[in-house]
Design a protein around this ligand. Structure first.
Ligand code: ARG
Length: 461
């Protein structure tokens, strides 16, 4: 059996060092079934073009089925001499169909159009899997939001107390980006659903083969419009890598909050034992490793994206061997996300919130100052003045080490004639929350609507 797909014009075999550098079976073997599916479709267009007889097609498909079963069971594996998944599978086909028939399949296709097609097939499948796992995280967040409908917390900007918000509102703020990531995978698929098969090495096929027939069999929407573009471009792969990196970043931002919330100082959450780890030396420790790994793996997912972009940057058309480097970054992303997302979902769904502590802290740090200013505006005071007056209240409190609601009626009146005792209505967390009742706001009824909307969205996928 042949060991190389390109031996004809070479006097000797490749140097060991070249072989070691060139070989890709240790990562592209995961595309073996896609390669075989492509071969089945290719055999059928060879038949349609009159390049295989009906009997040859039958035998070819039988050999491909046998090969597929042997790949599945692990009885057929690449060997050291196989340069890549395509080389190995051609060897396997010839071992099963004989060299005369097996040797016919390569007509009119190139590894360049094959690999570009197989990567798309693989990523289109994995985008669905990863997207589904991201929805599980969204579900876990929604479950926690639903379980804590009235719980208040300090909303922050610059990590400083800003305004009270509902915990459910904050949790849902992590849901929408995840849903957008899933939407990005879905939008991406429109562009990924073009098959490069039939582009050949770069210029297309001369054998009367129908790329649209192959595309349809491999569940693409259509063939690519341009054979050079089909074999040379990897923007579709890079876009997948971006969405994966963004998903990792979205998880990482919540991970960072969980790490902080889980400190003694914050004391907002407790992690379930099943989703935390201990220390080998400090017996008291319970560490937020899932969140830390999420944060760490976000760096890795970004690295996968930037490495791929750097590979693509200087490449002239059409295929260059550099493009072999497109696969490991996205394979790594798929592997990373498929272990990370389930652990993350489990961590989120088993979090315990100290809602009393969060509620007690919600109005502290003068987080109701904006409510004072806006109450004044409703009383007809220009906002410029209102802002000044509320600021003066904060200053008075800070000097005396008290909170806004500790100011007496005469303290208030002294600061401004507009500050009547009625202002106390908004000096509570409940009053503050209830007042932010425009669409998207943190008022309980708005958050309840938002929760329903998120559930409907998740159910629609
Ligand atoms: N293994 C290559 C890749 O992953 C495909 C082979 C193309 N090789 C070639 N010499 N044209 O991109």
């Amino acid at each position: 059996a042949p060991v190389s797909l390109w031996g004809g014009r070479f006097a000797g075999g490749p140097a060991k060092a070249l072989q070691a550098l060139s070989q890709s079976t240790h990562f592209d073997w995961r595309l073996a079934q896609q390669d075989i599916a492509g071969s089945r479709a290719h055999a059928r267009v060879l038949r349609s073009a009159g390049l295989l007889t009906e009997d040859e097609l039958t035998d070819m498909l039988a050999a491909l089925d046998a090969l597929s079963a042997d790949v599945e069971s692990g009885t057929f594996l690449p060997v050291l001499a196989d340069e890549d998944v395509h080389t190995a599978l051609e060897r396997g086909l010839i071992e099963r169909a004989g060299v005369d028939l097996g040797g016919k399949l390569r007509a009119g296709r190139s590894r360049n159009d094959q690999i570009a097609t197989l990567v798309r097939m693989y990523l289109r499948e994995e985008a669905k899997v990863v997207g589904g796992l991201a929805l599980d995280v969204a579900d876990a967040l929604i479950g926690q939001a639903e379980a804590h409908p009235g719980a208040a917390m300090p909303g922050r900007t610059h990590l400083q107390h800003a305004q009270p918000v509902l915990l459910a509102h904050h949790l849902l703020a992590h849901v929408w980006p995840l849903l957008r990531d899933v939407d990005r995978f879905i939008d991406w698929d429109v562009r990924a659903a073009r098959s490069p098969y039939g582009s050949g090495a770069l210029a297309g096929s001369s054998l009367g083969l129908d790329p649209e027939a192959v595309a349809a069999e491999l569940e693409f929407d259509s063939a690519v419009e341009n054979s050079i573009d089909g074999t040379a471009s990897r923007d579709v792969v890079a876009e997948f890598a971006f969405v994966s990196a963004m998903l990792g970043i979205d998880l990482s931002r919540f991970a960072e909050e969980i790490i902080v919330w889980n400190t003694k100082e914050f004391g907002f959450v407790r992690l379930d034992d099943a989703y935390s780890t201990g220390s080998s030396i400090m017996p008291q420790k319970k560490n937020p490793d899932v969140a830390e790994l999420a944060r760490g793996k976000a760096g890795r997912l970004i690295g996968d994206l930037t490495g791929l972009l750097a590979t693509l940057k200087g490449l002239p058309l059409a295929y260059n061997r550099d493009l072999q480097e497109d696969k490991e970054p996205v394979f790594d992303q798929v592997d990373t996300l498929t272990v990370l997302l389930p652990a993350f979902a489990g961590m989120v769904s088993t979090l315990t919130f100290d809602v009393d502590r969060m509620a007690a802290l919600a109005p502290q740090g003068f987080s109701l100052a904006t409510d004072v200013a806006e109450w004044l505006v409703r009383e007809g005071v220009p906002f410029r003045v209102a802002h000044e007056v509320a600021g003066a209240c904060v200053q008075a409190c800070e000097e005396r080490g008290i909170e806004l609601w500790d100011l007496s009626d005469s303290d208030l009146a002294e600061i401004s004639e507009h500050l009547t005792p009625a202002v106390r209505d908004v000096l509570t967390v409940e009053g503050s929350l209830a007042s932010r009742n425009a669409v998207g706001g943190t008022a309980p009824e708005r958050v309840a609507e938002q929760l329903e909307a998120a559930k409907v969205r998740v159910a629609e996928y």
